[in-house]
Ligand binder design. Structure first.
Ligand code: XMP
Length: 519
């Protein structure tokens, strides 16, 4: 590749101070067609110079700048003359380092606020004088040194946006990266284009090219094993690897007994149409059911499933010569919610089976080419790699499969009920023409039974929850406002057709505070 024309040359670094939103910032930057990488908050001046970025963005974070051990950056980064945008904690850090003061607010401010802009500035170009912003902070900057000019305020935050007089350094107390700051993209675009001078020529296809190069270098002439689940993530991972190393790729489909109805047949059909490389189908139903016997605790289920997967891969790999690498379709939300992001102290929400559930002594070197991407970016990448649109837009299905939707103990009998229920929910959503409009729809088998009446008899049977959500990135989600008629037909079919179900509930919780899956 011609090094001089690489669109990643105009890059921006996001310094991660532990915010759940760090990747979201990165993604918003990439949406502006500017390449961006997330780095540790304590990256050295020399490492930053080696990246030769056009600008730096300091993320938010859960700490107070005065906390003992609070994450800080090398102060020399603020004297390089590089554009810096500090967001929330990032702003507090910058202002504190340059002579300002940070204080805790009497009441934590969380939610929407109106920001009034008081000065014209390239960062704010194209914005109205007042706009909605999203706040989420306990501390705020209470005073700045004379080097700073206030640019905007909200009712409770007098310094909601500031800039340095001489250096291209900005601070925002609100979060321009979240969708609740509807014009946040304008601010980021202004920062990237007008303050940092990036032209915005990077595209996701470049990501594929670079990933292919990296994979080739990493793998050499060895073989890579890739677990296929039929989900978008593992299919796109396989497609990327196939492009990089062709027949050095061996895919393994573990039929763990936790798949959807007809899933393993569908994956095999799709795979053989698109890839001319070997596929191993492992029947591991018994192994997984044994691992899950008697287990009801969600994290324990995930850990056991993670271990069982690795055991299957290991066993299958014995016959595959030079299988030194294991590829996984781990995405950014899996990493952040498992608390496993390398750069920040984010909280553990769930141990995603392919992140927190891995045994220490893996025995393979991991390849996770999608680790920095969000679901919708992966889908676009899948299309760019030539996977069929219908396949790429399938609703996601979690790696631990039906186990995390079968609340309580996972048994064969309960899986039969859940598998049938799941198929009906998806069929009805498709029949109503809502499959592409919704992001994920499924059934959850609850660990409760309730009394009902069927014919003239009393029943005492299972309750099923229907979950259907709308989301772009699966980090936040709203429950889908399905028409009553669709809910009615789902309910009628579930109760009439699935033996053992006599009650259906619709889950109307958003994420946060709930998550999409129930476990
Ligand atoms: P939650 O439940 O965390 O789910 O809001 C967000 C998205 O991730 C999927 N999910 C998983 N995917 N392994 C996966 O491959 C997992 O362990 C896992 N847990 C949740 C979930 O279906 C949703 O799309």
């Amino acid at each position: 590749m011609d090094q001089s024309s690489r669109t990643t040359d105009q890059r921006v670094l996001v310094l991660d101070f532990g915010s759940q939103y760090s990747r979201l910032i990165a993604r918003r930057v990439r949406e502006q067609n500017v390449y961006c990488e997330i780095v540790r908050h304590d990256i050295s001046l020399e490492r930053v110079q080696a990246h030769a970025p056009r600008g730096l963005i300091f993320s938010g974070g859960p700490n107070s700048v005065y906390d003992e051990g609070a994450p800080r950056c090398d102060p020399a980064l603020l004297r390089m003359g590089l554009p810096v945008l500090g967001i929330c904690y990032g702003m507090q850090l910058v202002c504190d380092a340059l002579g300002g003061r940070v204080e805790s607010t009497p009441a934590r401010e969380y939610g929407r606020a109106r920001c009034h802009f008081t000065k014209q500035d390239p960062l704010l170009s194209g914005l109205p004088g007042e706009m909605q912003v999203w706040m989420s902070h306990g501390d705020q900057v209470s005073s700045v040194s004379d080097d700073f000019t206030p640019l905007g305020n909200t009712e409770t935050c007098p310094l909601a946006a500031v800039r340095h007089h001489e250096l291209p350094i900005y601070g925002l107390q609100f979060h321009p990266e979240v969708s609740h700051t509807p014009q946040g993209d304008v601010i980021l675009r202004n920062f990237l284009r007008d303050v940092c001078g990036c032209e915005g020529t990077w595209k996701l296809g470049d990501f594929a090219e670079e990933a292919v190069e990296i994979i080739r270098r990493q793998v050499g002439s060895a073989r890579v094993i890739c677990g296929l689940s039929g989900g978008v993530d593992s299919s796109v991972t396989a497609a990327l690897l196939y492009r990089a190393i062709g027949s050095q790729l061996s895919c393994i489909l573990v039929d763990n007994g936790l798949l959807r109805k007809g899933e393993s047949e569908a994956v095999i059909k799709e795979f053989t149409q698109h890839f001319k490389t070997d596929l191993h189908v492992v029947d591991a139903k018994d192994r997984f059911m044994q691992a899950l016997a008697g287990v009801t605790e969600p994290q324990e289920k995930r850990t056991r499933i993670g271990h069982a997967f690795i055991d299957c891969f290991r066993q299958e790999a014995v016959d595959i010569v030079d299988a030194n690498f294991l590829a996984q379709g781990t995405l950014y939300p899996d990493v952040i919610e498992s608390g496993a992001a390398t750069d920040g102290p984010a909280a553990t929400i769930k141990l995603h089976h392919n992140v927190g559930g891995l045994p220490d002594e893996l025995g393979f070197e991991l390849i996770e080419p999608l680790r920095d991407l969000f679901k919708d970016e992966v889908r676009k990448l899948g299309e760019a790699l030539g996977l069929p649109t219908d396949y790429v837009w399938r609703h996601p299905f979690p790696g631990p499969g039906l186990a995390v939707r079968c609340l309580g103990e996972v048994t064969d009998d309960r899986l039969v009920i859940l598998r049938e229920a799941d198929a009906i929910v998806v069929e009805e959503i498709k029949a109503a023409g809502l499959y592409r409009q919704t992001s994920q729809a499924f059934a959850v088998l609850l660990p409760v039974r309730s009394v009902g009446v069927m014919g003239d008899s009393r029943t005492y049977e299972n309750a099923v929850a229907v979950r259907c959500v709308d989301t772009d990135d699966f980090m936040t989600a709203d429950w889908s406002h399905l028409p009553y008629e669709v809910l009615a037909s789902i309910s009628t079919r579930l109760i009439n057709e699935v033996q053992g179900v006599n009650r259906v509930c619709y889950d109307i919780s958003s994420k946060p505070p709930a998550t999409i899956e129930w476990e």
